[in-house]
Write a protein that binds this ligand. Structure first.
Ligand code: ZN
Ligand code: ZN
Ligand code: ZN
Length: 328
C-alpha cells in the first residue's frame, strides 16, 4: 500500500494490491468482552451500565495505515507518493453486541464521544499526523466491516480532501466577513426553520441546503467551537449531543437501511504546518460538525451521478419527514 497524490486535484489516495484476506472463522465476534481474543487495547472507558466497560479503542485488526516510521514523501517525475504512515483504530461503541448508538443509554453514548475526543487529542500529540478522522459505516451497502457496533479512527499525515475544501472555504469566508461560515449557516437555519430537524440544548440537527443524498443530516454545536475534542472533553458538554445523536440516528434508521457518518473537526494545529497555513485563523473560522449520509437501499447507486450529486428528495422535504419520525 502507498499514498499517491493526484497531481490535478491534489488529493491523496491510498492505493495498492491488497492480498485476499482469509474469511474469518464463523460468527465469532472479536470485540465482545467474552471473546478473550488478544486485541491491542489502546484505551477503555469505565462502565456506566454494569458491562465490563462502556467503550474502548483497539488497534484495527487489519490496519490500512502503519504506526511506525516516517512518511518518506518522495517524487517520481511529477508524481508524489508517501508511505501510509498513520494510526488506524476501531472504537468499540458498546460492550454489548446488539447495543447501537440509536438504542444505547445517553450516558453510554457520552462515554463513546468522550473516548473519541481523547483519542483525537492523543493522536494529535504525534507531530507526524496532520488530521484525525472519526467515521462509521453502517449497513451492508456501506462497507461496514464488523457486526459489533464500531466506529473507526484514522490519523493521517495529510488532511482528507473534503475537509481541506471546507477549511479553504471557511478561511475565505472569514477573510471577507470576519465571521465563521458555519455559524452564519446555523443562524440562518435557526431563523428559517425550513431544514431544521431538532434543537437540543447547545446542539442542532438539520439537513444541509445542498444535500449530497436524500436525508443527509448534520449535527453541530450552535455556538462556535472549532475542535470536537474540546467539546468532548468538557465535563457534561456532550449530554445534549449524545441524546441528539441517538434520536437523529433513530429517525434515519426508520428511513434508511444504512448510513455513513463522519466527524469533521479541525486538523492538528498543535504542530503548526507552514505548508497548510490554515492554523492562522482556524480557531475562529472552522466549526466542528458531524455529517450523516443515509444509504437508501437499492436506489443508492443512482443518486450519485459520479461527480454531481443528485438528491431526488429536497432538504426541506427530508427535514419535514425526519421531524415526524419516531426518536426511540
Ligand atoms: Zn460482538
Ligand atoms: Zn462557527
Ligand atoms: Zn463537513
Amino acid at each position: 500500500m502507498e499514498l499517491r497524490k493526484d497531481p490535478i486535484t491534489r488529493s491523496w489516495v491510498i492505493c495498492g494490491d491488497e492480498p485476499e484476506q482469509a474469511p474469518s472463522a464463523g460468527s465469532f465476534c472479536p470485540f465482545c468482552p467474552e471473546s478473550g481474543l488478544p486485541l491491542q487495547v489502546v484505551a477503555t472507558s469505565p462502565t456506566v451500565n454494569g458491562s465490563p466497560w462502556s467503550a474502548r479503542a483497539v488497534v484495527h485488526p487489519h490496519p490500512l495505515y502503519g504506526i511506525d516510521g516516517e512518511p518518506g514523501r518522495s517524487g517520481n517525475g511529477l508524481y508524489d507518493k508517501m508511505r501510509p504512515v498513520g494510526a488506524h483504530e476501531v472504537i468499540v461503541e458498546n460492550a454489548r453486541h446488539d447495543r447501537h448508538l440509536w438504542n444505547a443509554d445517553d450516558r453510554e453514548i457520552e462515554e463513546y464521544l468522550a473516548l473519541c475526543g481523547q483519542r483525537i487529542q492523543d493522536l494529535k500529540g504525534d507531530v507526524r499526523f496532520k488530521y484525525v478522522s472519526v467515521f462509521k459505516n453502517f449497513g451492508s451497502m456501506s462497507g461496514q466491516e464488523f457486526d459489533h457496533p464500531t466506529s473507526e479512527i484514522v490519523a493521517t499525515t495529510f488532511v482528507p480532501r473534503r475537509v481541506l475544501y471546507e477549511l479553504r472555504s471557511a478561511r475565505q469566508h472569514y477573510q471577507v466577513k470576519e465571521r465563521c461560515v458555519f455559524c452564519d449557516i446555523l443562524q440562518q437555519e435557526q431563523e428559517q426553520k425550513l431544514r431544521m430537524i431538532e434543537v437540543r440544548g447547545e446542539y442542532m440537527a438539520a439537513c444541509p441546503y445542498a444535500p449530497r443524498v436524500p436525508y443527509e443530516t448534520w449535527i453541530a454545536p450552535r455556538n462556535h467551537e472549532a475542535y470536537f475534542e474540546r467539546s468532548a472533553l468538557r465535563s457534561g458538554a456532550m449530554r445534549d449531543f449524545a441524546a441528539l445523536l441517538r434520536r437523529t440516528l433513530f429517525r434515519i434508521r426508520t428511513i434508511a437501511d444504512g448510513f455513513h457518518m463522519v466527524l469533521h473537526t479541525s486538523p492538528n494545529t498543535i504542530h503548526k504546518s507552514e505548508t497548510l497555513g490554515f492554523w492562522k485563523t482556524i480557531e475562529d473560522d472552522y466549526h466542528w460538525h458531524l455529517e450523516i449520509l443515509p444509504i437508501l437501499g437499492a436506489k443508492a447507486k443512482s443518486y450519485t451521478f459520479k461527480e454531481v450529486y443528485y438528491s431526488p428528495v429536497s432538504s426541506e422535504t427530508s427535514a419535514a419527514i425526519l421531524r415526524e419520525r419516531p426518536t426511540e
